[in-house]
Write a protein that binds this ligand. Structure first.
Ligand code: HSE
Length: 327
């Protein structure tokens, strides 16, 4: 059955009943783009993320009642979680509303999907309280409304892996067509986040609106290569495909020490390295935890040397995505 609501073109669902009153969830961080896949590829991390508590309220609508760890608006319409939840509640007829508490660990403007974790978390949590009227893929449409508020663009390459886990491909945004991509079990990500804020809208404003045919050919060759490498567990093919000659050259100048961090990642065994999402975080993929940790240490040494505060995350690809942590 196709379901469409006002914002995302779905028919409303009626007489939805609540199956739980409160839920606590883990909302994972994500790496979007993965070098060659600007706005279409993403992967889910397991060691970095926010938490949210969502509970039923007798009052209709959505209220953000608490935000810990970030200075973000409590007004529902100005908060990405609020906007995503409202888009979802436009598609379901309920006699009650929801309160949301957000515990942020992922800093805004970090490049590891802070707004996506909140947008996707809100709709995932409400959907669980309602007994899962929507599939995780359908929730992507609602979560994208939060991304639109955050960056002016309803991109799905962070919310899709946050909701579905693993690697995801946004084959098309309109109509939405998301594909979950199988990935090898020993694939690890290292992310270093220099503690500066880079707004996605600013990082998008430096991009050109056209690309040369030559660059486009290189890029789609690499996207195909990366997907083939993930499916066939061909780590070398994955590495050869992690290359971006369209977006990275324009954005990397915004990130302190980018070239050196990337070079160091390769020297320490990375399969590939590039900008995580819109930056300033820089990611590297590698085979095995040991190499991923070694890369993390080498990246840290560079920012130590530059006297720049940073955070490092080493994570396996998280195949599960959003998850319930209580009750
Ligand atoms: N694909 C988006 C961008 C991701 O690079 O602008 C933002 O995290």
């Amino acid at each position: 059955m196709m379901r469409y609501c006002r914002d995302v073109g779905m028919q409303p669902l009626y007489a939805i009943k609540l199956i739980m009153n409160e839920i606590k969830i883990f909302c994972p961080a994500t790496i979007a783009n993965l070098s060659c896949g600007f706005d279409v590829l993403g992967l889910c991390l397991e060691t970095a993320g926010d938490e949210m508590i969502i509970r039923k309220s007798d009052k209709k609508g959505v209220r953000i009642t608490k935000i810990v760890g970030a200075d973000l608006p409590l007004e529902t319409e100005k908060n990405v979680a609020g906007v995503a939840a409202l888009a979802m509640l436009d598609a379901v007829e309920t006699e009650f509303g929801f309160e949301i508490e957000i515990y942020k660990n992922i800093k805004a403007g970090s490049g590891i999907g802070s707004s996506a974790a909140s947008s996707a978390g809100a709709v995932f949590g409400i959907n669980e309280l309602l007994g899962q009227p929507f599939t995780r893929k359908e929730l992507v449409l609602f979560a994208m409304q939060g991304e639109k508020l955050a960056s002016g663009n309803a991109h799905a390459d962070n919310v899709a892996p946050a909701l579905l886990g693993g690697f995801t491909l946004v084959r098309s945004s309109s109509p939405l067509d998301i594909v979950k991509i199988q990935s090898p079990s020993e694939l690890y990500a290292t992310v270093v986040h220099p503690q500066i804020e880079l707004k996605t809208s600013d990082a998008r404003s430096v991009l050109k609106q056209t690309v040369s045919l030559k660059s486009a050919i290189t890029q789609w060759g690499n996207v195909g290569g990366l997907i083939a490498g993930l499916y066939t567990q061909d780590y070398e093919l994955i590495g050869r495909s992690l290359h971006d000659e369209i977006v990275e050259p324009l954005r990397s100048v915004l990130i302190p020490g980018f070239d050196l961090i990337k070079k160091t990642a390769y020297e320490n065994g990375a399969l590939g390295s590039g900008i995580s999402g819109s930056g300033p975080s820089i990611f590297a993929l590698s085979k095995g935890k040991e190499t991923a940790e070694k890369i993390g240490k080498a990246m840290s040494a560079i920012y130590d040397e530059m006297n720049l505060p940073y955070e490092v995350h080493v994570s396996k690809v998280n195949d599960e995505g959003m998850k319930i942590i209580a009750p």
